[in-house]
Design a protein around this ligand. Structure first.
Ligand code: ADP
Ligand code: MG
Length: 552
């Protein structure tokens, strides 16, 4: 047996790692499963270049075995295994990633999907274990080796026996303390939960032998008897939905996935399945929910998409994948091209991430445009829920694609419902110079405005802006297709001059209301009503009211 000490630097790093890199102890299982999966992927790449090595995907699997008596959990794979030198190299030096070296060696091979690259994942097991032993046999040799360590002090290596290549890692769990229950990692349901949460889409089956019950041979209907037996269960679902071909999937599959991932209880309004290959490659399944989430208006609500890298869950709510105004969209994104930080729990904000985000935004807007065109009723339902988000996108000006956004707005007008600017514009009379709008709480109150009668009589369509944000958006857009937006409360500038010619009547009114109003103008458009109030400045009275209610 050989005793080795970690060098001082490794020892310090290890302490830091175990105690501060990871926020969550349970990720140890994700890391060990990822390593096992990497080790089997390596067999595949080696087989590509070496005729003596055969690779048959069906023969490869990961096995998890908890042992309640011994308080151990074992993770086994039949991947490449490690020679003694490799053990020292990979597990004897912290931040030494055999997987990164392997990737570099195979740089030309574009396809590799190996997850590891930091060389720290393995040590995360020391968060839950007080002793780890690794029995491994490299595919290159017949000898096996056992690596053992109790943590920061060092490790031992001795020779061992193993029938075929691969690695068996056994963790002896720490004693339960009042802060942490380590026994839970021996529980079948906990293991199932962890695998399906973090490692559901690892491309090899993850097996565990579990106890099951079946009717006994002497069981009858009147006297039912059951016997226990043990059988392997596969804990993961290996082919992720998003890697499947769109043609293989039905509406139902997408809807089930939506519920399975707890995106919502009801069927979504629409789904978008994206598969992009190129400068950046990623796959995604996105959903537009049919309802607002209950906390939609809560400013602290966290939106975001689930992010996977190569089938391994990295973040549950990644906000950097969606522009704020689309944060109501749910779904998953999987990309092998993103850069993760050392604990894989955070992303690095890179150009790749930006590219994915832009691409996703574009696809969502395209999908919305499609629904708008093909199913106005469905779109109206969407807009009722999330129109305000799109409007805030146009208004907030953070690089959102306003040209596309403005064509996604629908309004009620004095003539019809759910009308786009484009449709309004197309139906304008040739001599109509502006796109007219009016503000109010509802279409009914807009129709009661004194200044609207003129427009109704002249058969000029007026957009009803019933949402406080509408006027901000209209002010921001200024015009649509060369036609300016104009409030029906605005009188033309030339009328200002007429003030000089105010007749006695108006002068008298002005005297009476002096101090109350800043000016009084004649409006020849008024029909049955004598007067209306409007604001002096750029914005409507309605908007002034809104602003005066807003916290500063
Ligand atoms: P990373 O996976 O980021 O490279 P880890 O700390 O998780 O870092 O693992 C360190 C190295 O140990 C790996 O790169 C790999 O070379 C080796 N290794 C770990 N687990 C296994 C395994 N199950 N089979 C073969 N090699 C392994
Ligand atoms: Mg790893």
């Amino acid at each position: 047996m050989k005793n080795k000490k970690y060098n001082a630097e490794t020892e310090r790093l290890m302490d830091l790692m175990i105690n501060s890199i990871y926020t969550n102890k349970e990720i140890f299982l994700r890391e060990l499963i990822s390593n096992a999966s990497d080790a089997m992927d390596k067999m595949y790449y080696i087989a590509l270049n070496d005729d003596n090595v055969k690779f048959n995907h069906e023969d490869y699997y990961i096995r998890i075995t908890p042992d309640k008596e011994k308080r151990t959990i074992t993770i086994e794979d039949n991947g490449v295994g490690m020679t003694e030198d490799e053990l020292v190299e990979n597990l004897g030096t912290i931040a030494k990633s055999g997987s990164l070296d392997f990737k570099k060696l195979n740089e030309k091979n574009e396809e590799h999907e190996i997850i590891g690259q930091f060389g720290v994942g393995f040590y995360s097991a020391f968060m839950v274990a007080d002793e780890i032993s690794v029995l491994t046999r490299s595919y290159k040799e017949d000898e096996a080796h056992i690596w053992k360590s109790k943590g920061a002090k060092g490790y031992t290596i001795e020779s061992g026996k193993k029938d075929s290549h691969g690695t068996i890692i056994t963790l002896h769990l720490k004693e339960n303390s009042k802060d942490e229950d380590y026994d839970k990692y021996l529980d079948e349901y906990k293991i199932r939960e962890l695998v399906s949460h973090y490692s559901n889409y690892i491309s090899y089956p993850i097996k565990m032998e579990v106890e099951k019950k079946r009717p006994a041979a002497d069981s009858t209907e009147d006297d039912p008897k059951f016997e226990s037996y043990r059988e392997d269960d596969i804990l993961n679902s290996s082919v992720p939905m998003w890697r499947k071909n769109k043609n293989e999937l039905k509406e139902d599959d997408y809807n089930n996935f939506f519920r399975q991932r707890h995106f919502g209880f009801e069927d979504p309004l629409a789904h978008i399945h994206i598969s992009v290959e190129g400068v950046i490659s990623f796959k995604a399944i996105l959903y537009i929910p049919s309802r607002r989430p209950f906390d939609f208006l809560n400013p602290d609500r966290k939106g975001g998409l689930e992010l996977y890298s190569n089938g391994v869950l990295i973040m549950e709510k990644c906000e950097d994948l969606l522009p704020d105004y689309l944060s109501f969209v749910k779904g998953v994104v999987d990309s092998e091209d993103i850069s993760l930080n050392i604990s894989r729990e955070m992303l690095q904000k890179t150009r790749e991430l930006q590219l994915i985000k832009k691409n996703i935004e574009k696809k969502i807007l395209e999908e919305l445009a499609k629904i708008l065109k093909n199913d106005r009723e469905k779109y109206a339902q969407f807009f009722e829920n999330f129109g305000i988000s799109l409007k805030s996108g146009a208004y907030e000006n953070y690089g959102a694609d306003k040209d596309k956004l403005k064509d996604l707005f629908i309004y009620t007008t004095t003539k019809r419902e759910n009308i786009t600017f484009n449709e309004y514009r197309k139906d304008m009379a040739p001599d109509q110079e502006c796109i007219y709008y009016a503000n109010g709480n509802s279409i009914e109150s807009v129709k009661k405005l004194p200044q609207i009668k003129h427009f109704m009589e002249e058969n000029i369509e007026v957009l009803a802006l019933t949402d406080p944000i509408d006027e901000f958006v209209i002010k921001m857009l200024e015009e649509y297709d060369d036609k300016k937006f104009k409030s029906i409360s605005e009188t033309d500038a030339t009328k200002e001059e007429d003030e000089k010619n105010l007749d006695d009547y108006l002068r008298k009114m002005k005297d009476l209301l002096s101090g109350e109003v800043s000016s009084i103008r004649e409006n020849p458009n008024l029909k049955d009503d004598a007067a209306y109030l409007s604001s002096k400045g750029e914005i409507s009275i309605e908007m002034e009211k809104t602003l005066s209610h807003m916290p500063n």
